[in-house]
Design a protein around this ligand. Structure first.
Ligand SMILES: Nc1ncnc2c1ncn2[C@@H]1O[C@H](COP(=O)(O)OP(=O)(O)O)[C@@H](O)[C@H]1O
Ligand SMILES: [Mg+2]
Length: 386
């Protein structure tokens, strides 16, 4: 669809340029013709010495040329007269001559001059000669630039329309994200408070013998609270704080470890101690959790996940999440962040979309597939600012 529109635009532009070019050439031909007529009428006037009784038709032609600028120069390269060049009557002779000389240079570059000869009536011998230098009329000059100006205006207009549309589309998507997240956080709030009250009640109730169960339920409620916090963070402008990255990553790893296969090993490596970055902890943990879950899914129960913290240049911090999973096909790499892209039977294809949004919109960082080999593994890189 985009390409069809662009193609049509290109065809219209080409046609417009072609047609204007055609008009310009036609007009140019006519102007050159009229200069030729002017030159021969001058010649006629000189040869027949009829300047006073100039035939009215020729006079018409000469006088009616009120568009094409021309300069009449004698054989000694002296300017004898001119036409259609704007000269103020009050100008000094010097100023006038300067302007005419300048005009003459422009004309010499534009077209070869027309000759006017004074021939001996009997022998045909050339007694004297003049040159008529000329250039395009103002109208023709304007017409030459017309398609360029026209296309520039259309182009600028097109760009503005494009930006307005894409901006309003992004703005709409943002409203959906934010609205959905806020609504979810809000809806979860009520049942969570009620569950917390129930846990308190059961803790005190001597009728409940197995207090261990109550504490397990309490852990799940804590997790629900964390989820609510994430949603409410993504639904507002999250606050970034300088945090020790390794600590946050370890929290996530500790949370994940008991929930995944024991044959999957997670390792956290930091190039130097105490690396800090500006981040929103609940949201960053969410990203990391999504990346690790994808890695687990890619490994079918056995393998290694390595999370490396590296110092980039210029206050940047890299977090590389590598796995020994099945990798991503080359042709699919550019799609993995698209909403709805999933190769899993029960995948929603939103994990990486969310990760990208959290990292790029809220942290002004970057997230991308650093490398991926099929059947060998994948590395995702997160770039944060410190
Ligand atoms: N570590 C990984 N190894 C292999 N494929 C991956 C990995 N991470 C993401 N993918 C691919 O990207 C797709 C999108 O991931 P995601 O947005 O989290 O959605 P989902 O997990 O619901 O499929 C996955 O379905 C998978 O094909
Ligand atoms: Mg996922």
């Amino acid at each position: 669809m985009k390409w069809i529109v662009l193609l049509i635009a290109a065809v219209i532009s080409a046609a417009s340029i072609y047609y204007t070019d055609y008009l310009v050439n036609k007009l140019k031909e006519r102007e050159i013709k009229s200069i030729e007529v002017f030159a021969s009428s001058m010649e006629y006037t000189i040869e027949n010495d009829v300047s006073d009784q100039l035939p009215s038709v020729i006079r018409e032609i000469i006088v009616n040329n009120d568009e094409i600028p021309l300069i009449y120069v004698n054989s000694n390269d002296e300017i004898e007269s001119w036409r259609n060049i704007e000269i103020d009557k009050n100008w000094s002779e010097e100023k006038k001559q300067n302007l005419l000389r300048k005009e003459l240079e422009i004309m010499k570059d534009a077209y070869a001059p027309k000759h006017v000869f004074d021939r001996d009536e009997q022998t045909g011998e050339i007694l004297d000669f003049w040159f008529i230098y000329y250039r395009n009329s103002f109208l023709l000059t304007q017409l030459t630039y017309y398609p360029i100006i026209q296309l520039a205006i259309i182009g600028v207009f097109g760009l503005i329309v494009y930006f307005i549309f894409s901006y309003s589309k992004t703005a709409e998507q943002n409203r959906v994200w934010v609205g959905l997240a806020k609504e979810t956080a809000h809806q979860l709030g009520t049942p969570i408070s009620s569950l917390m009250a129930w846990v308190e009640y059961f803790r005190e109730d001597p009728g409940v013998k197995n207090k261990g169960v109550v504490e397990e339920i309490n852990k799940d409620i804590k997790k629900l609270q964390l989820i609510t916090e994430r949603f409410s963070n993504i639904g507002s402008t999250p606050v970034l704080k300088e945090e020790k990255i390794e600590e946050i990553i370890n929290n996530v790893v500790e949370y994940l470890k008991p929930r995944i296969s024991t044959k999957i090993n997670i390792e956290v490596i930091s190039i130097s101690d105490g690396v800090r970055a500006n981040l929103n902890a609940p949201l960053f943990e969410w990203v990391l959790e999504n990346l690790c879950k994808n890695s687990v899914d890619a490994m079918a129960g056995i393998g290694n996940i390595q999370i490396k913290i590296l110092h980039g240049s210029d206050y940047r911090v890299f977090i590389d999440v590598s796995d020994t999973g099945k990798g991503i096909a080359k042709s699919k790499i550019k799609h993995v962040f698209n909403p709805g892209f999933s190769t899993k039977k029960r995948g929603w294809g939103l994990g990486l979309t969310l990760a990208k949004r959290i990292i790029e919109t809220y942290h002004k960082g970057k997230i991308f597939v650093k490398s991926s080999e099929e059947n060998e593994g994948t590395t995702f890189r997160i770039v944060l600012n410190s």
